[in-house]
Design a protein around this ligand. Structure first.
Ligand code: NAP
Length: 550
């Protein structure tokens, strides 16, 4: 193992901060800390910039948030100069955008690609983090920041025989950079979540035949993608201050000006309800959920009206009644799983070259050398795609051998569930910060990332101004945050994710401890609480020692 950093006799850090991840979070954090005069190094497992938008290059990958708010907002010039081509930009465009940001702010020179941080140890003698990469390097940093993402660690299905398949097999989050030849091929897709829902129509266009193995059907809404006209672009750019302000004041960090709608589903007549749902359905995207009624997430009866509306729409598109029945979600409320958006997904099932296999009826027994064997048939494939999701929220952090004070492992500390303050800091892990860590909200991600970046940057500035050596959340503040997170979860229908497979609750990964991974109190409330913490001098944090002006 080569050691490029200082050895343990000398604990002077090589960098003020090391960041893991060069996606939205890592790029934004790097830029913010550089502006504060810190020396910063970023490591990323990928070959290039992008994080999620580097890895998820499967056909059809695009944002579900709309482009005009799925972006950085820290630079007016960037907002004004960059123009998005579509309502929901595809993976290549978002990847281009992140590369543009990296080049524009000269970020690349601080990033080392093809390198993952595999171990991180807090050294109490020198108050530094000793980081070990898979390339055998060791570096020391005062601050270690996770920008590893909440949906980044692939979940490979535990299906017998997976390794024996002799065709081409890829997880969607490890799609080959050079692309995958699907034209004229027999393709099997396992999984029917947001990823698969984007992928299937694209594959069906070119493949000889596609078979989708579905375990749980989803509540799926139409995206209704379209190009952004010059006039729309001008309008957006003229109103960015209001748009940014709204993202910080909406429950899912989306600038929908009719959210909250200030109405409840059962307060209007069934006809009026239908009219409101239909209108928003035609507009497409997440507006259906967030501009219709304010109680869909908390009231079962209200939730069921939206879920019933969505179920009724499947048969309007899909012709075969058996397929309609199989695609219809049953026995769980809307929002117990994250509702995906579709671009022709349902329509695809009317094609002759597409078939749906409901594996709740005919379970997969094993994967063979040539395909998939279910309880009633054998399917042969040239290509097998695993659209089986992620070990979300905690997966990427817990992959690292992360040890805090007294060598305590993060995995041990979180044995019964993650313990954090705002998903940013965890007691016993001084100067370790997480961007969108466990128990932060799930909402428009770039907005949350920017809020977390500002929080961390300000906390570090606070320390430097006072010569403080370490910062970590207090146990008391953490307990309060966990209790609050559990309390709001119990008010929300999302808690039903505990009884089905839902990455919100960790129940999608076999053997993973379950518990609340996501804050359901609203991004607006979360942001207000984080800002209050900053404005009050970080009362939930413990600071210690002499930082020597680090
Ligand atoms: P997912 O929603 O967790 O879906 C995974 C799929 O694989 C599910 O249908 C699941 O079935 C199935 N599956 C998992 N293990 C299986 C097994 N052993 N056997 C058979 N089926 C299995 O994952 P995802 O579709 O990748 O999406 C994850 C999240 O990423 C989304 O919720 C979303 O937040 C984000 N995402 C966002 C976008 C976007 O914004 N544009 C696009 C894609 C993804 P069960 O449902 O029964 O578990």
């Amino acid at each position: 193992m080569s050691v490029t950093g200082n050895t343990s006799e000398s604990v002077e850090p090589d960098f003020d901060a090391v960041i893991a991840g060069a996606g939205f979070a890592g790029l934004g954090m790097l830029h913010a800390l550089r502006l504060q005069g810190l020396s910063v190094k970023v490591y990323d497992r990928g070959r290039d910039i992008g994080g999620t938008w580097y890895w998820n290059r499967y056909p059809g990958a695009r944002t579900d948030s709309e482009s005009y708010y799925y972006c950085f907002t820290f630079s007016d010039e960037l907002l004004q100069d960059w123009g998005w081509s579509e309502r929901y930009p595809g993976q290549p465009e978002v990847e281009r955008y992140l590369n543009h940001v990296a080049d524009r702010f000269d970020l690349r020179r601080s990033i080392q690609f093809n390198t993952s941080i595999d171990a991180a140890r807090y050294d109490e003698d020198g108050n530094t983090w000793l980081l070990t990469t898979d390339q055998g390097e060791q570096v020391r940093a005062r601050y270690f920041i996770s920008a590893m993402g909440i949906i980044s660690e692939p979940n490979y299905p535990d299906i017998e025989g997976l390794d024996s398949f002799e065709g081409v097999c890829h997880h969607t989050a490890r799609w080959p950079e050079e692309g995958l030849e699907l034209a004229g091929k027999r393709v099997g897709i396992i999984g029917s979540g947001a990823t698969s829902i984007q992928l299937l129509p694209e594959v069906a266009e070119v493949a000889k035949q596609v078979t989708l193995f579905q375990r749980t059907p989803n509540h799926v809404a139409p995206a209704r993608n379209k190009p952004i006209s010059k006039e729309e672009e001008r309008e957006i750019k003229a109103n960015y201050n209001e748009i940014i302000d709204k993202t910080r004041n909406q429950a899912f960090a989306m600038p929908f000006f009719s959210s909250p709608s200030n109405r409840c589903a059962m307060d209007v007549s069934p006809e009026e309800r239908q009219r409101i749902y239909e209108d928003l359905w035609q507009q497409g995207g997440f507006r259906f959920f967030f501009e219709s009624f304010d109680d869909l997430l908390v009231d079962h009866k209200a939730n069921e009206t939206a879920a019933a509306f969505m179920r009724s729409k499947i048969g309007d598109v899909v012709k075969d009644p058996a397929t309609v029945a199989a695609l219809t979600p049953k026995n769980y409320p809307l929002f117990a799983k994250r509702p995906p958006l579709e671009h022709g997904y349902y329509q695809t099932f009317n094609r002759d070259n597409v078939r749906l296999v409901a594996i709740t009826e005919t379970p997969i027994k094993e994967i063979t050398a040539t395909g998939v064997l279910t309880s009633d048939a054998e399917y042969e494939f040239d290509v097998l795609v695993l659209a089986t999701g992620f070990d979300a929220v905690t997966g990427a952090i817990e992959r690292v051998d992360l040890r805090g004070r007294s060598g305590e492992k993060m995995q041990e500390k979180w044995r019964d569930g993650p313990e954090t303050l705002f998903g940013i800091s965890s007691n016993g892990f001084p100067n370790f910060f997480m961007i969108t860590g466990p128990q932060s909200p799930f909402a428009n991600i770039p907005t949350l990332i920017e809020e977390n970046i500002d929080w961390i940057a300000q906390c570090i500035e606070y320390m430097r101004a006072r010569g403080l050596a370490t910062a970590e959340s207090s146990k008391r503040a953490e307990r309060h945050w966990i209790e609050h997170t559990e309390e709001v979860l119990n008010l929300s229908v999302a808690r039903h994710g505990a009884y089905i497979h839902s990455w919100f609750m960790g129940t999608n990964v076999p053997g993973k401890r379950t518990g609340v991974l996501v804050y359901f109190g609203g991004a607006d409330n979360y942001i207000a609480q984080c800002r209050q913490e900053r404005a009050s001098g970080f009362p939930g944090m413990l600071f210690s020692g002499d930082g020597g002006g680090a």
